[in-house]
Design a protein around this ligand. Structure first.
Ligand code: PLP
Length: 427
């Protein structure tokens, strides 16, 4: 299978090139040239469902036995669909090592990168507003031949999130950047445009722009529907808490493969440029605002280009399948508290945005699934302050991170400083 760039000015790339390069040479994002239809995608088990989807994406490029092994390795935890109230179900994506959905893509990507780079040292750069860093760092921890640098905005991620990528050591280095998440993302993007640096250090990206992280996220959409079909035959609506829109994009790809979903809801916090696009047809990126759902604090979502490419740039086509919603911090708090009171289900701030958008947008005859993208214990302070009556259980693997020692390298948001640091430390 070949991959094309959303900017249309780069040659078609092989899967290997797309995965190792991350970003296309014309700075566009790679898209699979075809999205194969899967004849019978809903198997009984997560593993079997995921294998069918994986084969549709990667079957031409990776031997089947190896692909199946990657899927097995990646999905070492369950992804249950849990009923919250009538017609509303939570897809719990937080049962992995770092208790967030990004574990799926990060773990799969680590295994795919190893598959393509058996003999050489590769350097992974990743910008994070919270959960990407921990998922990627843990997904790659101890993987031979791969070094990871995690860039994160100083003081803008929770202590719990921070502990999950600053305490690991070994092949993982955390860079504490004086700036915002967008600054971190800009540093990483600039490094990838820096041909000399990119070549000499064999840089690759693990942001959600990488197809090896993006595409495997389709697995769990099918698993959600396979579980939902056993409970109801109502038409399905899926609500996705969105930041860079990688998660939603992989669901939309699933739709093209035959995922039986009627429509999607893009749930945002106050960083709602996508909602504005849906309403007006104009896309106007803006600086990100800090919110309670901080992994969604993105002012210029990188996967917007992929969504446009998928719908042939047609605003009308986009709005036929996707609606949007935005949620203030007050509404996030209110939703967490109200949902717990009414149903006993404890949401995290990101899931709260999706839950709220779903409850507001669900029509007669529909059943809704929202993606619960992180465990509430990852946002302990926020959650226990807003929902004091809930006893938040902190899973042991999270407590273990909190006991670790923080090791970081301070970094300015100037590209020259970052470049110099990389050249020195990776020589
Ligand atoms: C990253 C993240 C999101 C946003 O996902 P995108 O793919 O960037 O849209 C939502 N919730 C949590 C908990 C996250 O970590």
């Amino acid at each position: 299978m070949k991959y094309f760039s959303t900017n249309g000015k780069a040659p078609l790339a092989s899967l290997e090139t797309a995965v190792v390069q991350g970003l296309a040479p014309d700075r566009g994002l790679y898209m699979p040239e075809r999205i194969n239809h899967v004849a019978n995608p809903l198997a009984d088990s997560l593993h079997e469902t995921a294998c069918r989807v994986a084969e549709a994406y990667f079957g031409e490029d990776i031997p089947l036995a190896e692909l199946r092994a990657m899927v097995t390795d990646t999905l070492s935890f369950p992804i249950p669909l849990v009923k919250v109230k009538d017609n509303v179900y939570s897809l719990e994506l937080f049962h992995g090592p770092t208790l967030a959905f990004k574990d799926v893509g990060a773990r799969f990507m680590a295994r795919m990168l190893r598959h393509f780079n058996r003999d050489e040292q590769v350097n992974v750069l990743v910008a994070t507003s919270g959960d990407t860093g921990s998922a990627v760092a843990n997904g790659f921890l101890g993987v031979e031949g791969i070094r990871v640098h995690v860039l994160y905005p100083k003081g803008k991620v929770s202590k719990t999130q921070e502990a999950q990528f600053t305490t690991l050591g070994r092949n993982i280095t955390a860079l504490e950047v004086s700036g915002t998440f967008d600054d971190c993302q800009a540093l990483v993007k600039q490094a990838f445009m820096d041909d000399e640096l990119k070549r000499s250090l064999r840089l690759t990206s693990a942001n959600s722009i990488n197809v090896a992280r993006l595409l495997p996220q389709s697995f769990y959409y099918f698993h959600a529907l396979s579980q939902l079909r056993r409970l109801t035959d109502k038409e399905a609506v899926v609500s996705v808490p969105s930041g860079n829109f990688g998660n939603l994009t992989s669901g939309l790809f699933g739709g093209r493969m035959g995922l039986p979903v009627k429509r999607f809801i893009a749930a945002n916090n106050r960083n709602d440029v996508f909602l504005e696009y849906l309403r007006t047809g104009h896309y106007r990126p803006r600086p990100s605002l800090q919110t309670l759902a901080n992994a969604m604090d993105v002012g210029d979502p990188s996967n917007f280009a992929r969504i446009l490419a998928l719908y042939g740039n047609s605003h009308e086509a986009v709005t036929r399948e996707i609606s949007g919603a935005s949620c203030t911090d007050e509404q996030i708090s209110e939703t967490m508290s109200q949902c717990f009171r009414e149903t006993g289900y404890l949401l995290d701030p990101h899931g709260a945005c999706a839950y709220r958008a779903l409850c507001e947008g669900l029509c007669e005859g529909e059943a809704g699934v929202f993606l619960e993208t992180a465990h509430p214990a990852k946002f302990l302070e926020v959650v226990s302050e807003r929902v004091p009556e809930a006893r938040v259980e902190v899973p042991e693997r999270l407590q273990a991170f909190m006991r670790g020692r923080k090791q970081t390298v301070p970094m300015s948001s100037r590209y020259d400083d970052f470049r110099e640091y990389l050249k020195q430390s990776l020589r």
